[in-house]
Every structure is written in structure tokens, then in C-alpha cells.
Unconditional design. Sequence first.
Length: 113
Amino acid sequence: VQLQASGGGLVHAGGSLRLSCAASGLDVSIAIMGWYRQAPDEPREFVAQINARGGTDYLDSVKGRFTISKDNGKNTVYLQMNNLKPGDTAVYYCKADLYAPWWGQGTQVTVSS
């Protein structure tokens, strides 16, 4: 299983980014797919997840700003991040749960004030 995350970058506060997580060796249509983030000197925290039926869940601080979605045909999961804040600065990781947890490499998101 490989999860390839991309789409991070440097944006000003209020800006937007879309992260992508392309999966191979695993079918995102039947997995629980999630995004987590880890800021410097902080533990990794849950950000959002989408289940096999398309049900979603979010960290309270990102509700209304972030949207998780998936394209089963492309076997890819997305995280649309709008109205970004400096507190969103972190390395973002894609995770899949299907019989076992699988992690992708991180992608850096930096939001300047």
C-alpha cells in the first residue's frame, strides 16, 4: 500500500490549498480515509475523515473551512482547505484504515500571517 500526498505549500492567511492523496494497493472506496496534521513540537492530530459511504467527520476548528472528498475512479482523496489560518501550519498526513492503518508521507502546509 502506498499513499502519495501532495498539494502543500506556502499561503497567506485567508488563502486556500487542496491536498491530494493518491492511493495504490488499496481501494479508497471501501476504506476509511483520513487526514491528520502535526505541528512542530505537537502531537499528530486528527483533521478529517471520510468513510466508505461518504460520511465525513472533522476537527472542530476546521469545520466550515475544510472539506474532505474522494474520487473512487481516481482512487484519490482530497482535502480542500479554505480560509487558512496560521494555526493550520503543519505537516499534513494521509491515512487509510482497511484491516490495518496505512500512512502516507507528509506534505508541508505553511500559512503566513
